[in-house]
Ligand binder design. Structure first.
Ligand SMILES: Cc1ncc(COP(=O)(O)O)c(C=O)c1O
Length: 347
């Protein structure tokens, strides 16, 4: 056979970049998006799952038959589970109870054990998903704790791989790099690398209202976090993988407007991505609206819409949160209704 890869892990990365055509039409800047949801496990975290486990494997901290423990909002778990499948390891994922059922089901489908913890407790609380993950790792023999929040290999992954890939794909031909911030690994690692090649580059993080990260960047002050619905972005503590020295600015977005943009990206651009992608694009548009001249902005889109089909793309879920629903093509709905017989339903 001429073209094949040895394992699924070999096709992680090299994701395409496309230019937005419609949702940002009113700004003079061009917005380009890197489609990380086209990774084999459906998110940018495939890169991280692979890198954290591979480095531990090389150091002898993880071996065949070993147990990988991780606190994850779901996507990192999928990346780790792919590594575990290929290398015959076991996985325990500890998640907060706000994560979508699709993510939980996906991890269980890999054969992982999934432990669900309450979302709205302090990180130090013994019930928090950070505390539970740590306890499981400390108590189980042969366990490796991937620890995406504080393991420096997270930053290194994006510094060594995602950053160079972006530079190679673009030739450095853009002005602003933007990414949502959760663990901080993506924005920090990519920005630190790109700044070595592109000294004029501006880097902007996207945070969600309720998280403490952007506020800390602006003021140096740690405030109590407030609940928010969006998955993947924001934190209620400061992970060590956020390197504030390479992040120039932040945009803060809110839940509903992020979900509306996520739905628009699908309806207008055909881009089937998750809620943090809508948040990132919205942050980029907001940033572009404030610029005095046109710039080229590159934005990371971390994961797939398929992870949120029961939430953001479900009208009932949107309505249950009092979020606005824009009915598409109401005249067409009416025309169909006029043509079908009684007892036939339009769903
Ligand atoms: C869906 C999604 N988007 C964005 C991010 C943020 O990326 P990072 O953790 O590298 O800051 C995450 C992180 O968990 C995520 O799951």
């Amino acid at each position: 056979m001429k073209q094949f890869n040895k394992t699924i892990l070999d096709i992680i990365g090299n994701t395409p970049i496309i230019k937005l055509q419609k949702v940002a039409k009113h700004v003079s800047s061009d917005i380009y998006v890197k489609l990380e949801y086209l990774n084999p496990g459906g998110s940018i975290k495939d890169r991280l799952g692979y890198y954290l486990c591979q480095k531990a494997w090389e150091r002898g901290e993880l071996k065949e038959g070993g147990i990988i423990v991780e606190a994850t909002s779901g996507n990192t778990g999928v990346g780790i589970a792919m590594f575990a499948a290929v290398h015959n390891c076991h996985c325990i994922f500890v998640m907060a109870d706000k994560q979508s059922q699709e993510k939980i089901n996906a991890l269980k489908a890999f054969g992982a054990k999934v432990v669900i913890c309450p979302t709205n407790v302090d990180p130090e609380d013994p019930r928090s998903y950070y505390s539970v993950a740590k306890k499981l790792y400390q108590s189980l023999p042969n366990a490796f704790y991937a620890n995406q929040y504080n393991n420096p290999d997270n930053f290194e992954n994006h510094y060594q791989t995602t950053g160079p890939e972006i530079f190679q794909q673009t030739g450095g031909d853009f002005d602003i790099f933007m990414a949502g911030v959760g663990t901080g690994g993506t924005i920090s690692g990519v920005s630190a690398f790109l700044k070595t090649k592109m000294p004029q580059l501006k880097t902007v993080g996207i945070d969600i209202e309720g998280s403490i990260i952007a506020h800390y960047h602006r003021t140096g002050e740690i405030i109590p976090a407030q609940p928010y619905v969006l998955e993947g972005l924001g934190e209620d503590f400061l992970p060590e993988n956020i390197h504030f020295d390479v992040i120039d600015d932040f945009e803060i977005v809110k839940d509903e407007e992020s979900f509306q943009m996520t739905r628009q990206l699908l309806k207008q651009e055909g881009i089937y991505c998750g809620g943090s992608c809508g948040a990132a694009v919205l942050g980029a548009i907001r940033h572009a609206e404030k610029l005095s001249e046109a710039k080229r902005i590159l934005v990371i889109l971390p994961d797939s819409g398929s992870r949120y089909i029961s939430k953001i793309f479900n009208d009932q879920w949107m309505k249950s949160h009092q979020y606005h629903i824009e009915e598409s093509h109401p005249q067409l709905t009416q025309d169909i209704a006029n043509l079908v017989s009684e007892g036939v339903k339009i769903v």
